[in-house]
Design a protein around this ligand. Structure first.
Ligand code: FES
Length: 86
């Protein structure tokens, strides 16, 4: 099972079933994470910067591509509510 490490969150790396979004994994571990639009890909408040293991995430979704094109999401950033672990 893939392991997810979020800098700044206490505790060990999170064991995450494939297909889970980064946001769902964080919430399942009992951590709070901002998600103002309710995880619908409409706000960017859930963004994360991927420092390693980007190849373990599914390709960016349409909302992520739209925010990138608008300059509101850097190439190394993903929306936690959209990024699924593969
Ligand atoms: S929670 Fe709004 S874009 Fe992810």
């Amino acid at each position: 099972m893939p392991l997810l490490t979020i800098q700044g969150l206490p505790g060990p790396p999170l064991a995450v079933p494939a297909g889970t979004t980064v946001l769902a994994a964080i919430h399942a571990a009992g951590h709070d994470w901002l998600h103002a639009c309710g995880a619908k890909g409409r706000c960017t408040t859930c963004r994360v910067r991927v420092l390693a293991g980007a190849e373990c995430l599914a390709l960016p979704t349409e909302p992520e591509l739209r925010y990138r094109a608008a300059g509101r999401l850097a190439p190394a950033e993903r929306l936690a509510c959209q990024a699924r672990i593969t």
